[in-house]
Write a protein that binds this ligand. Structure first.
Ligand code: ZN
Length: 466
């Protein structure tokens, strides 16, 4: 039996694996390489002939795990894409959005290369378009958590809660290897414990082989205290002074977590009674998918809903889809909270709201997520005195704050807890989905703690499994 590492090796995007036995070929995830340095890999020919893969198993709907699916289908894949019900629903929103971005990016690059008189490059073509998404979605089969699903006579998969985003799962795969049945765990992205809405990551205790993420393998998250208290402390004074609060957010999970906290603060009268806008058609679509999959929520959220208190619908909240509605927010007088995408302020409606508010010292920009170097979000967070938005300079006079504790990923302590739960030594553990140095450090730590064989595979490497 052979395990092929086809992405997210010694870096964090493009998750993809292929497992080959004498009887079957399975692919796990099919993600887009998003880091500039590795983007050319998106155009490489498929490492396995798409027609020879029997099933594709998907851990969750983030683009770095599913964004190459339409291309794989374009290249000839016709078999099932098996994932949880919630991921199946999120997939449509995510892939449609990705197809739009593909077309825009390709058109932008064509224009720029022509202007600079550069030769044509691969990136001038979209990897896929909406038609390819049309062909992909009918292949998707949603399954329930924790119920073993037979893929064929030689392979079964069970999806367990990963606590990362709605629908996210770790896969427990049982396959017939030459020397007998083998259990292989793919962790997918492992979430944090005690997050709002989602159930905790499942701790598994039996595996022959483990493929594990390592994004935060060498550090713990900054402890800023209770998120709700941080929000109340920051929002209260600004709103009482009549300021507007602009919150850049990601459309999936972060926006809904924010709503969860805000709904509690509103109901407990811990913040003034103001208008709260979620301005992003994508985030609004995703919120509706959350509402349709309340079965994925944890006990606390279930209890609140049973008591008639929905964490995603509350007084003052307006979900904004159309451009007209979005523009109307500018005319809103008085204090308000405006959540909009994109999360790092690189595109989307957030830029309009920043233009409107960033020069007003009564207002604030509040960050709830990581801001990469070079992004507009990072420039604001670093308190650059001036930033450029839509071709014009703006003075940063609004207050700039950060809330600690939001993260979709388990930190070092969480990862070690998850890894340490296996009762028998796995024959081999593979660390992926982390920067090289980070994965190597975590591998060392697990080796030292348990004495298990742990490796950090390279891109396109292959492991022989007994
Ligand atoms: Zn993810």
């Amino acid at each position: 039996m052979k395990l092929n590492f086809l992405g997210a090796n010694r870096q964090v995007t493009g998750s993809r694996y292929a497992l080959e036995t004498n009887h079957t070929r399975l692919m796990v995830d099919c993600g887009l390489f998003q880091e500039r340095e590795f983007q050319s890999r998106n155009w490489h020919p498929s490492p396995l002939p798409p027609g020879e893969v029997d099933a594709l198993l998907l851990t969750h709907a983030h683009i770095d795990h599913c964004g190459l699916l339409p291309r794989f289908v374009k290249q000839g894949y016709r078999h099932p894409i098996i994932t949880t019900q919630a991921t199946a629903d999120l997939l449509e929103v995510m892939l449609r959005d990705a197809a739009d971005i593909q077309l825009e990016d390709a058109a932008y690059k064509r224009r720029r290369h022509r202007r600079e008189d550069r030769p044509e490059k691969y990136a001038e073509q979209a990897l896929f378009d909406q038609r390819d998404v049309d062909h992909t979605l009918p292949l998707v089969q949603g399954v329930d958590y924790h119920v073993p699903r037979r893929i064929n006579a030689h392979a079964t998969v069970t999806f367990h809660d990963a606590g990362h985003i709605l629908g996210s799962a770790m896969l427990e795969l049982t396959v017939d290897a030459a020397s007998g049945p083998r259990r292989i765990i793919f962790s997918g992205d492992i979430g944090q414990w005690n997050k709002p809405l989602l159930r905790d990551p499942v701790l598994l205790d039996q595996a022959d082989y483990v493929v594990m993420e390592s994004t935060y393998g060498d550090r713990d998250h900054t402890d800023g205290g209770n998120i709700e208290d941080q929000l109340a402390d920051i929002l209260g004074p600004i709103l009482r002074d009549g300021g507007k609060v602009v919150v850049p957010t990601f459309a999936v999970e972060r926006a809904q977590e924010l709503m969860f906290y805000l709904s509690r603060l509103v109901r407990q009268d811990r913040i003034p009674d103001v208008k709260i806008f979620l301005d992003s058609p994508k985030a609004v679509d995703v919120t509706q998918i959350f509402q349709a999959h309340r079965d994925c929520f944890d006990a606390e959220a279930q209890q609140r809903m049973a008591g008639g208190d929905s964490p995603l619908v509350f007084p003052g909240l307006t979900l904004v889809r159309t451009v007209e509605q979005s523009k109307a927010i500018n005319a809103h007088a008085g204090p308000a909270i405006i959540m909009a995408t994109s999360g790092m302020c690189t595109a989307g409606r957030i830029k309009h709201h920043l233009r409107q508010n960033i020069e007003d010292p009564r207002s604030a920009v509040i960050f709830v997520g990581y801001q990469s170097h070079g992004t507009l979000g990072r420039q604001i967070l670093d308190r650059n005195p001036q930033v450029r938005i839509h071709g014009r300079n703006y003075r940063v006079r609004a207050q700039v704050r950060k809330i600690y504790g939001f993260s979709g990923h388990a930190d070092r302590t969480g990862l070690l807890r998850w890894a340490g739960h296996f009762q028998q030594p796995p024959r081999q553990m593979f660390l992926t989905h982390g920067e090289e140095e980070t994965s190597l450090k975590l591998a060392d730590e697990i080796r030292r703690a348990h004495g298990w064989p742990v490796t950090v595979p390279h891109y396109l490497s292959q492991a022989d499994l007994d």
